[in-house]
Design a protein around this ligand. Structure first.
Ligand SMILES: O=C(O)Cc1cc(O)ccc1O
Ligand SMILES: [Fe+2]
Length: 458
C-alpha cells in the first residue's frame, strides 16, 4: 500500500468517526406526510407568514415545491426553507460524467421476457462514494414525463466529501443492505442502517457518508407521483406501515465556505457546479416535502389466518399511485418476519404470471420462495420477473412446501423486498451483460415433475 492510499484511509476513518458521532442520538419528527417544522436556531422560523419582508436572523426564505402549486391539498407538497444563501446563488452547471447511472427511457436493450437474477455488485475501486457507486439496472417510463421508475444498486467505500447530490428526476428510495449511511440533507441528518429505508424527495440536496468501511444497497428512483402510504380499506385504521414510524430529520445546517461540488441529476444526465459555500445551509424549515427514514422491522405484517397465500400487495409499505385507482407506478413491498399458519395451504408464494413487473432484492437472510446460498437468491442480489413472465417457488421450495407438515411456522430469517411496477423493466446494457448476472436461472424451475394422475376411463 503506498503512502497516498494510507492517507486516504486515514481521512476516510476520520470522516467515518465524525459521521458516527453525528449519527448518535439524532432528533426526529414523527409522522407521514405531516406539516413538520424545525429550527436549528431558536427564532429562525418566521411566525404567522412564510415570507416576511426580512426573514429572521438575516436568512433567505425559499420555497421548494414537490407538486404543482394547484394540486389538491391532500396531494400538495412543498416546504419553506430558511437558509444562509438562497439556492439561486450559484454558478452555471456543466455536464458531468454519468458514470454507471442511466435514465428512462431505457432503449439500450430489447425488452427481455426472460427471468433474470443477479449476484451482488462487485466491490468498487477504493474511493468510490455513494454517487459514484450508483449502477443502474433498468427501469421504465420517461424522466421528462415524470412517469416510471428506475432500479439502481450502489456499492461504496468512501464518504461524499465536498460534494452534494440532488435528483430533479424523482425521489430516491434508498434500501441499505450492508453498511449504515448518514444522510446529511438540507433538512437535517438521517441515519439509515440495513433494514431501514430512507427517502430523499425530488430536488432535495444531500450528501451520503458511511458509518462502516463500505456500504451496499438498492435504490428505487421514482419518477412518478411521490410515494404515499397505501389505503387500508377493510383492514381498518391501523396496520402495515404505521404513519408515526416515519421519521423526518430536525433542522441542522452547515455554515461553510469553500468549494463544494453540487451535482444534479436532470432529465437523465448529471450536471455539476462548484459553489463557494455548502448548500446544506438551511437553518430552519417547515412543510411536508421532506426526507424520512423508516425501519422495516416496524412493519405490521398482516396475512392469512385461515387458508391460502394472500397476494403480496398485503405487504405494501409505500405506493406511488397513478391516475388509475389501484394501479401503481411502483409499489414498495417488504417480506418481513411473520408467522405462517394457513391450513391446507401451499404456503410459499404461488406460481404466477403477473401483468406487473417485479424486481426483488434481499436485505438479509433468505426468501421463502427461493433457495439461498451461492448461485441462489442472496443478500445484495436481485431478481427480475418482468410482465407476464412465469415464476414462483423453485423446485426445491415446491417439493419441500408440498410435503411440509402444516404446523404454525415462523419465517424469521429474512428481509426481502420488491419494487413492483406497472410497466416492464427494460435493462441497461451493463445489467444484461454483467458478469454478476447469473446464467441458468431458468434451471431452478427445471425438474418440476408431472404428477398428474389421469383418471382411467371405463
Ligand atoms: O416471489 C415473488 O414472485 C413475489 C411474490 C410474493 C408473493 O407472496 C406472491 C406473489 C408474488 O409475486
Ligand atoms: Fe412474483
Amino acid at each position: 500500500m503506498d503512502q497516498s492510499t494510507n492517507s486516504t484511509d486515514a481521512g476516510e476513518r476520520r470522516t467515518r468517526e465524525r459521521a458516527l458521532k453525528a449519527a448518535e442520538g439524532l432528533g426526529h419528527l414523527s409522522g407521514f406526510g405531516n406539516e413538520h417544522s424545525s429550527e436549528a436556531v431558536p427564532g429562525a422560523l418566521p411566525v404567522g407568514r412564510n415570507s416576511p419582508q426580512r426573514a429572521p436572523l438575516g436568512l433567505y426564505a425559499e420555497q421548494l415545491s414537490g407538486s404543482a402549486f394547484t394540486e389538491p391539498r391532500a396531494r400538495n407538497r412543498r416546504s419553506w426553507l430558511y437558509r444562509i444563501r438562497p439556492s439561486a446563488a450559484h454558478p452555471r452547471f456543466v455536464r458531468a460524467d454519468n458514470g454507471a447511472l442511466a435514465a428512462a427511457p431505457f432503449t439500450g436493450t430489447e425488452p427481455d421476457p426472460n427471468r433474470l437474477r443477479w449476484n451482488p455488485l462487485p466491490e468498487p475501486p477504493a474511493g468510490t462514494d455513494f454517487l459514484a457507486g450508483l449502477w443502474t439496472l433498468g427501469g421504465n417510463g420517461d424522466v421528462t414525463q415524470r412517469t416510471g421508475m428506475a432500479v439502481h444498486l450502489y456499492a461504496a467505500n468512501a464518504a461524499m466529501t465536498d460534494r452534494v447530490f440532488s435528483d430533479a428526476d424523482g425521489e430516491l428510495l434508498i434500501v441499505p443492505e450492508r453498511g449504515g449511511l448518514l444522510l446529511r440533507t438540507e433538512f437535517g441528518l438521517l441515519r439509515a442502517e440495513p433494514g431501514h429505508v430512507a427517502l430523499v424527495p425530488r430536488g432535495v440536496r444531500f450528501r451520503v457518508e458511511l458509518l462502516e468501511a463500505s456500504a451496499r444497497g438498492y435504490v428505487c428512483e421514482n419518477y412518478g407521483s411521490p410515494f404515499v402510504l397505501p389505503d387500508l380499506g377493510p383492514i381498518g385504521a391501523n396496520g402495515l406501515a404505521n404513519a408515526r414510524d416515519f421519521l423526518a430529520p430536525t433542522a441542522a445546517y452547515e455554515d461553510e465556505e469553500g468549494p463544494v461540488e453540487v451535482v444534479s441529476k436532470y432529465c437523465g444526465n448529471l450536471w455539476k457546479a462548484v459553489y463557494d459555500h455548502s448548500p446544506l445551509d438551511v437553518v430552519a424549515w417547515h412543510g411536508n416535502h421532506v426526507p424520512y427514514v423508516y425501519d422495516l422491522r416496524r412493519f405490521n405484517v398482516l396475512g392469512s389466518i385461515s387458508y391460502d397465500h394472500p397476494d403480496p400487495s398485503i405487504f405494501t409499505v409505500l405506493t406511488s399511485p397513478s391516475d388509475t385507482p389501484g394501479l401503481a407506478g411502483v409499489d414498495f413491498v417488504v417480506f418481513a418476519p411473520r408467522w405462517l399458519v394457513g391450513e391446507d395451504t401451499f404456503r410459499p408464494p404461488y406460481f404466477h404470471r403477473n401483468v406487473m413487473s417485479e424486481y426483488m432484492g434481499l436485505i438479509q437472510g433468505a426468501y421463502d420462495a427461493k433457495a439461498g446460498g451461492e448461485g441462489g437468491f442472496v443478500p445484495g442480489g436481485g431478481s427480475l420477473h418482468n410482465m407476464m413472465s412465469a415464476h414462483g417457488p423453485d423446485r426445491e421450495t415446491f417439493e419441500r412446501a408440498s410435503a411440509a407438515e402444516l404446523a404454525p411456522q415462523k419465517i424469521d430469517d429474512g428481509l426481502a423486498f420488491m419494487f413492483e411496477t406497472r410497466w416492464p423493466v427494460s435493462l441497461t446494457e451493463q445489467a444484461l451483460g454483467a458478469g454478476h448476472l447469473q446464467s441458468g436461472y431458468d434451471a431452478v424451475w427445471q425438474g418440476l415433475e408431472r404428477h398428474f394422475d389421469r383418471p382411467q376411463r371405463g
